[in-house]
Design a protein around this ligand. Sequence first.
Ligand code: ATP
Length: 286
Amino acid sequence: MFQVKDLVFTYPKNSEPTLKGISFEIKKGEIFGFLGPSGAGKSTTQKILIKLLDRYQGQILYDGKSLLDWDQRFFEDIGVSFEMPIHFSKLTAMENIEFFKKLYKRNTDIDTLLKKVGLWEDRNKRVSEFSKGMKIRLNFVRAMLNDPKMLFLDEPTNGLDPLNAKILKDLIKVFKDQGGTVFITSHIMADIDQLCDRVAFIVEGEIKEIDSPRNLKIKYGKRTIKVEYLEDHQTKNKVFPMDEIGQNKDFLELIQTKTVETIHSGETTLEDIFIQVTGVGLNHGS
Ligand SMILES: Nc1ncnc2c1ncn2[C@@H]1O[C@H](COP(=O)(O)OP(=O)(O)OP(=O)(O)O)[C@@H](O)[C@H]1O
């Protein structure tokens, strides 16, 4: 869908580039996560990909054609949902939708979409009366109005309670299952882990890693097995190397002779990988 090669971008007032020659591909039909600490260049990359910023160096192809050569038809193809929902708060949800719908040639079935996000009953309420979660869901509806081929989502679940976050994640998955492509940034690693086929880690304008969450966990995981067991009425633990565990006499003896409480493989979380790759804790992010 997108091929980005050696992308360099410097804001006009800056002397140093914000993006220092990044290359990546977003494959058609995948959910691609873009992760990194605050100020790494995620939003800048996203703004370039949606044609809000130009004057970059390097090459960006969308659907095989340079992004610079795409005209208004590009905007018919994409849906964008940025972190801060911006709506006309004195208008109802439906009035907002009617307004933004007119910006596009192609439209999706809005009634179905409103029902899917759980806003159908509230469609005639003023947006000023909406909760944050409702506004974020309305934002998603806005991004989907033109039945896009590709969605750009910036922190889509930020500030949502678990139920609203699940509704949104399920909608993103359905979009993908129906052939859509997604570019997503988030500081919530569990959401990224659940959603993304591949992730890129960007640090100070450079990409440090690109792979599937699963492959990254294998790469950064410890490949150990920790057994917690009971001995003398106390919980003890032993750690074994995962390689050739089936032939490990100590391990086999332990699980045959002791009361095992838990067995864990030493696989790491995306959160740990974030900290290892970026060198920055997640609470440093915005
Ligand atoms: N309009 C601008 N003019 C000059 N510098 C900018 C501008 N916008 C962003 N920057 C700088 O570019 C760098 C990358 O910013 P960007 O917003 O892309 O980071 P980010 O990874 O999206 O961060 P966050 O997670 O906080 O959203 C930062 O150092 C920032 O100060």
